[in-house]
Design a binder for this molecule. Sequence first.
Ligand code: MN
Ligand code: MN
Length: 267
Amino acid sequence: MAGISLLGIPNDDNSSFMRGPAEAPAHIRRELQSDAFNLWTETGVDLGVPGRLADRGDVLFDGTADPWKLIERAVADALDAGAPLISLGGDHAITHPIMRVVRRHQPRLTIVHIDAHPDIYQSFQGNPRSHASPFARIMEDGLADHLLQVGLRTINGHQREQQKRYGVDVLEARACTGDFQLDLHTPVYLSIDIDGLDPAYAPGVSHREPGGLSTRQVINLIQAIDQPIVAADVVEYNPRCDVSNITAVVAAKLVKEIAGMMVMQRI
Ligand code: MN
Ligand code: MN
């Protein structure tokens, strides 16, 4: 059985407010490999079995080639190998080039997007590649059949119009009380912006937005996905804003539980 691929995408060129997410992959890997934790998931999968996690390293941005082309090439190499992929961001802008490749492998696809923000501005600060805009690019390119956004708590008028225009389903943070079940009918791409969690749980983000999801809610949501997770990203962790590496540990925990679901779905 092929393992689950990990790919670091250290790029924050399109962050609107501060830099730092490009430094995230190394911190998440450190916590994944830390002797403080074992590699079993809550769902009973031992990710320490040799070959279960195949780390493909980081995309190398050389400053000359278009970063989007470099991301697409690395993601294509990973998916062509036949294993599910978890990308470690980077800011949320990287989800667009990732999806351009994922869609080629998936004629039916739902994106489950956890975030404080809709990230669906037609363009932000004049940048159509902004980390505030990837889901506008994804939907106008037809890269998913459904987009389900969970945990939002910053929607403005323009973004509500954009959600209507692209037929986006939204589960706002204020509706995320108790246990909630997602209604999924196709394979899933899971995109987790760490700021979807409340900053009390995950302070290491560029845009702290109170009133978010708990770590427990996000893990339960991951474990309740009853369709194949074909690929995922964990983005927007900003080590420069972290407190005692709390958020790095949270990001590593989410990566583990996603990988565990991917392994179980392939056994
Ligand atoms: Mn985001
Ligand atoms: Mn966000």
